[in-house]
Design a binder for this molecule. Structure first.
Ligand code: PXP
Length: 247
């Protein structure tokens, strides 16, 4: 059992708000520093192909301003690999990316793309970047992630969170069962298990309670909540809920 579960704060939506006006504010670097001061264990940020969240210059600025690890989310493209290798973040989370999606809607297809992804993550791993694969809690994807030598998987909690929001309890519980089984399978294969996407105060407890889950990455809800209560208070409440889920 991992006792202290890490909380990574995704600051993408501070950048989204900044980009809406095309200026410099609100500053995602300030959000990253504030999240660290509020007790975050890591900062997550996604450099999308269309740069709708953070932009290239934000990477160095964030890394220069925080002392906690940066988890750099990226698509499995040559461009992103070169950017990751030039900045050397602590971790790189490989995510699927489609231009037309509103957010990262599904997990990465690892089982159907094993040899390319094995070759792709090689240079990142060799450079000392901790690679994680953002996948669905699907036994075939988890097994493929282990086969290609990824040390970490992040299991996509989006479907579980969506069903929870819809009030479809049976579907939510089926997704939760999949996540529970996926976490166990991944841990049995020696993978470190993270989870994220769509987590909020209402749905986090059963996820945070899973003994195999070493890290949660949470963004959209906390940045939204920060509008009302401030980022430190929003993060502190999430941390309190995670800790009470594990107590
Ligand atoms: N983890 C990964 C891999 C993601 O792509 C995202 C969304 O960018 C998150 C966690 C955070 O999701 P949310 O913003 O819904 O909390």
């Amino acid at each position: 059992m991992i006792v202290k579960q890490r909380l990574g704060i995704n600051i993408d939506h501070v950048a989204t708000l900044r980009n809406a006006r095309g200026g410099a504010l609100p500053d995602p670097v300030r959000a990253a520093v504030m999240a660290e001061q509020a007790g975050a264990d890591g900062i997550t940020a996604h450099l999308r192909e269309d740069r709708r969240h953070i932009r290239d210059a934000d990477i160095a600025a964030i890394m220069g301003a925080i002392t906690i690890p940066l988890n750099f989310e990226m698509a499995a493209t040559d461009e992103m690999q070169a950017i990751a290798l030039s900045h050397m973040p602590h971790a790189a989370c490989i995510v699927p990316e489609r231009r037309e999606e509103r957010t990262t809607e599904g997990g990465l297809e690892v089982a159907g793309d094993e040899s390319r992804l094995a070759r792709y993550i090689g240079p990142l791993r060799d450079a000392g970047i901790r690679v994680s694969l953002f996948i669905a809690a699907d036994p075939a994807q988890i097994a493929a992630a282990a086969r290609i030598g990824a040390p970490v998987v992040e299991l996509h909690t989006g479907a579980y969170c969506d069903y929870d929001a819809d009030g479809d309890v049976a579907a939510r519980d089926a997704e939760l069962s999949r996540l529970i089984a996926g976490a166990k399978q991944a841990a049995d294969l020696g993978l470190e298990v993270h989870m994220g996407h769509g987590l909020n105060y209402h749905n986090v407890t059963p996820i945070a309670a899973l003994p195999e889950v070493a890290e949660l990455n949470i963004g959209h809800f906390l940045i939204g909540e920060a509008v009302f209560v401030g980022l430190p208070a929003a993060i502190a409440e999430m941390r309190r809920m995670m800790e009470s889920a594990r107590a």
